[in-house]
Design a protein around this ligand. Structure first.
Ligand SMILES: *Cc1c(COP(=O)(O)O)cnc(C)c1O
Length: 458
């Protein structure tokens, strides 16, 4: 008999959860204009809104909090971070930032110009926001299999090389500051990119003299999938796979709130001293001095430790197994999900689950609201609300997929929480015929509207 995989940690500190009634939640979400970002966390029972910055730190990380060197310049905690990034990823220069989008702000301030085009696999929303904010365009070159939720493909985050080459030919090297590879690809479901695809994309980039930048928020989960699904690497260590993934990358940037296992932080890492110097001017204007960016010493120390814990095989195995466990439960209840399940979240296919709700009424948001009412489970819409409007026409861009994302915080919830979430979704599914209409927007911001949008039921 095979022993089950269990978490490579046990609980030392606990955080309370508060219970409210279904009726209380129903009233609360209406008062908050059906926007789950407006709900106070003590009104949530299982919070799967995001895996970003919501993880639990280890005792070693909390020890680093006490050891934090808060010197303005040359802090020892900064050097701990530099050493960890160099050791794990192989980059010489590191610019700390307060989180991932701050890294995007600095990096794109130095590299993206009006009229530019940035091709890549499906860009994360803040990445796209920072590109469009500079009047440039993000071009999605993900393989088409990524958009068929029921189809099995081991690496749905892969870049379609033909599509990429046609974009390069159409716009030319001078309008393409870099090719953007996101590992894992959050927007299409936390789906991994294969090493072969990274290598082929880099070769194509090199042929046209275009740099490769990688958005590496979930690079360790990506490495775990490579080990499990790409035959050539099954005997490689996670650390060796990571080095291979980054071998041809000119720049990487990270939201450390994901695989960095910390609650806040980010960085840009690279080997080019000239670009590092150019970034420095923006770091000083937007974040802080070069040796802390937007981070405290203690946060950099905790990140240096978290980077090592995040690439541990047993940790990654337990993490991915937990996502797969919830995925199997949902499937057993007949709930349509994106397959295969990705590294950090489950994606429920709202087009399939609520086929009678048109995309213009935000079916994935409807599912999110109903899951909250039913069991206090908070997920997030990844669909037309998130896709926002076309910057040229100002009209809604109907998203390729309408998904409810249930993202799992790292080292926080147990298997019984997963059972509770699956049962909540089963209860929503049982009354889907009663859900006849979705929402209309009553108020929205200029960009990244989903955070603050206000809705009413139709
Ligand atoms: C979270 C994330 C970002 C942005 O990082 P923040 O820390 O939230 O600012 C960028 N890219 C990807 C792929 C992400 O998952």
């Amino acid at each position: 008999m095979q022993l089950p995989t269990i978490p490579p940690f046990k609980t030392k500190v606990v955080e309370p959860v508060y219970f409210r009634t279904r009726e209380e939640r129903k009233k609360k979400i209406r008062e908050q204009h059906f926007n789950l970002f407006n709900i106070h966390s003590d009104w949530v029972i299982v919070d799967l809104m995001t895996d970003s910055g919501t993880g639990a730190m280890s005792e070693q990380q909390w020890s680093e909090i006490m050891l934090g060197d808060e010197s303005y310049a040359g802090s020892e905690s900064y050097f701990k971070l530099i050493r960890a990034v160099k050791d794990i990823m192989g980059f010489e220069y590191v610019a700390p930032t307060h989180q991932g989008r701050a890294a995007e702000n600095i990096l794109f301030s130095a590299t993206v110009r009006e009229g530019d085009v940035v091709p890549g696999n499906a860009h994360f929303d803040t990445t796209k926001g920072h590109i469009e904010f500079r009047k440039a365009r993000a071009m999605d070159c993900t393989i088409k299999e990524a958009y068929d939720t029921g189809l099995y493909h081991p690496f749905k985050g892969n870049i379609d090389l033909e599509k990429l080459e046609s974009v390069i030919k159409e716009y030319g090297k001078d309008r393409i500051p870099f090719i953007n590879i996101t590992v894992t690809c959050n927007t299409v479901g936390g789906q991994p990119v294969s090493l072969q695809n990274i290598r082929e994309t880099s070769a194509l980039a090199k042929k046209y003299g275009i740099p490769v930048y990688m958005d590496i928020a979930r690079y360790a989960e990506n490495a775990y999938f490579i080990k499990n699904r790409e035959a050539a690497y099954k005997d490689w260590s996670i650390r060796d796979i990571i080095r291979e993934m980054f071998k041809d990358a000119d720049v990487v940037w990270m939201s450390s709130k994901k695989d960095g296992l910390v609650n806040i932080g980010g960085f840009i890492a690279l080997n080019d001293p000239d670009l590092y110097e150019r970034l420095g001017q923006f770091t000083i204007v937007y974040e802080g001095f070069l040796t802390y960016g937007g981070m405290s010493g203690r946060a950099m120390g905790a990140l240096a430790v978290g980077l090592y814990e995040g690439v541990d095989f047993h940790y990654l195995q337990d993490r991915v197994h937990q996502v797969q466990y919830l995925g199997q439960k949902l499937k057993d209840y007949g709930i349509p999900i994106q397959e295969p399940v990705g590294g950090h979240a489950l994606y429920i296919d709202a087009k399939k689950m609520l086929p009678h709700i048109p995309q213009t009424q935000y079916p994935a948001q409807l599912l999110a609201v109903e899951a909250y009412i039913e069991g206090g489970v908070r997920g997030v819409e990844i669909g037309t609300l998130l896709a926002d409007r076309d910057p040229e026409t100002g009209k809604d861009r109907l998203a390729e997929m309408e998904l409810l994302r249930l993202a799992l915080p790292r080292r926080v919830y147990s298997r019984s929480h997963m059972d509770y979430v699956a049962a909540t979704m089963a209860r929503v599914a049982a009354r889907k015929e009663e859900l006849k209409t979705g929402f209309r927007i009553t108020k929205q911001a200029q960009i990244l509207r989903h955070f603050t949008v206000e809705l009413e039921r139709i």
